[in-house]
Design a protein around this ligand. Structure first.
Ligand SMILES: Cc1cc2nc3c(=O)[nH]c(=O)nc-3n(C[C@H](O)[C@H](O)[C@H](O)COP(=O)(O)O)c2cc1C
Ligand SMILES: O=C(O)C(=O)c1ccccc1
Length: 365
């Protein structure tokens, strides 16, 4: 964050202004790292195009009063059907990183998914905001011992749910970073791995830079998580087959995601993937969706097509870069206001009222 922006943060009138302020405050190679995708960025573009292929179907004059946006996800209460995404190397965007993200979520009544590869430890983020830092994300990478050690820390710090990132055994082929000769600093991803002689940081995140990294199995993941009483969600699901496999391994929730177009270029958008995954796992499995969510009407479309909540990656990071805690809080506030406007104009009194009748497929404009 540019400190000069501090006192004007609440003047941000639109989410686009927040993105512009973020880009203005970051070095160009950091902006490319944040905004870029893998390969030709086909999937990155597709994530946005997918939302434009659905129109809203409003019902008017139905006597509704102010819409309700409260819900629950994985047993946790939310004022909005929104979580912020686990994004690593967060002190590249603001010195307070996920401490600020969690505090902003607390202000909005939403929750933060706290990353293993963040600049602050799970314990520190939880302490900064026990009300919002309730879900810890970690990677099925490197040794079983390290995975179980992280799990124990998350349990001891009183996190209430877990998110396992399943689509990132190795980093995607990110051409902007290659052209910029840019690799984000390992130190910014080391909040959970302070540099001691026996630190395993290089085992865990070193694997992200290996091309032929070993990939875990559902069977192994399910076995290592069988000892925890915390519910877990599988992040990075794009097919009904993997949705069903994750549930079989013990997941109670799925995060339908292509990692914001940053992993395998050429895959479908998460919004396109969602309906078949919902159909395959049925109504009892909770589903979150990320990758391309940028507006209140995007939230409505994702929920109408089968998601229970959405997760914000770039939008949260833009807020952080534009104004630290206040910037993220402003992102969440503007989204909430837009969501209220859209629900009222759509004639839906609560997010539970969002089903397929709220949308129709159209030719992309
Ligand atoms: C800078 C950055 C860092 C990220 N780091 C992680 C990470 O450490 N773990 C993870 O599971 N996903 C990570 N992601 C992916 C996000 O959790 C999320 O899936 C993605 O940003 C959603 O798409 P969106 O940015 O279009 O909202 C990262 C994303 C960005 C932009
Ligand atoms: O950049 C990413 O998408 C990502 O997942 C990540 C993972 C570890 C450290 C930093 C970013």
């Amino acid at each position: 964050m540019n400190p000069a922006l501090n006192d004007v943060t609440l003047d941000f009138a639109t989410l686009d202004e927040i993105r512009e302020a973020a880009v203005a405050s970051l070095a160009p190679e950091v902006t490319d790292f944040l905004e870029g995708g893998a390969g030709d960025e086909t999937t990155l573009r597709r994530n946005r195009a997918a939302f434009a292929k659905w129109a809203l179907r409003p019902r008017v004059m139905n006597g509704l009063v102010a819409p309700s946006t409260t819900t629950t996800f994985m047993g946790l209460e939310l004022g909005l059907p929104v979580l912020t995404a686990p994004f690593g190397v967060d002190n590249l965007f603001d010195a307070e990183g996920h401490l600020a993200v969690a505090r902003a979520n607390e202000r909005a009544g939403t929750l933060s998914i706290v990353p293993e590869a963040g600049s602050f430890s799970f314990e520190a983020v939880r302490a900064a905001s026990p009300a919002a830092a309730k879900i810890a994300q970690f990677h099925p990478l490197a040794s079983d011992d390290n995975f179980l050690r992280i799990l124990s820390r998350v349990e001891a710090a009183d996190y209430e749910a877990i998110c396992i990132t399943c689509d990132c055994p190795t980093a995607g082929w990110r051409q902007r970073n290659l052209r910029n000769r840019y690799v984000p600093p390992l130190s910014a991803a080391s909040g959970n791995y302070p540099p001691t002689p026996d630190s395993e940081i290089n085992d865990v995140f070193g694997q992200l830079f290996e091309l032929d990294a070993p990939v875990w199995s559902w069977e192994k993941l399910g076995r290592l998580l069988s000892g925890t009483s915390l519910p877990w969600m599988a992040k990075g699901i794009l097919t009904p087959e993997d949705g069903v496999a994750a549930v079989k391994a013990g997941a109670s929730a799925l995060l339908v995601s292509n990692h914001g177009g940053r992993q395998l270029d050429g895959v479908i958008s998460s919004l396109e993937a969602l309906p078949a995954i919902r159909a395959a796992v049925g109504p009892s499995v909770e589903i979150a969706l990320d990758s391309g969510v940028r507006t209140g009407s995007d939230i409505v479309k994702a929920l109408a097509l089968g998601a229970d909540v959405v997760v914000l990656g770039r939008l949260a990071a833009y807020g952080l870069a534009a104004g630290g805690e206040a910037g993220v809080a402003r992102v969440l506030e503007l989204l909430k206001q837009e969501l209220h406007s859209v629900l009222t104009l759509l004639g839906r009194g609560s997010i539970a009222d969002l089903d397929e009748s709220a949308v129709m497929p159209i030719e992309a404009p």
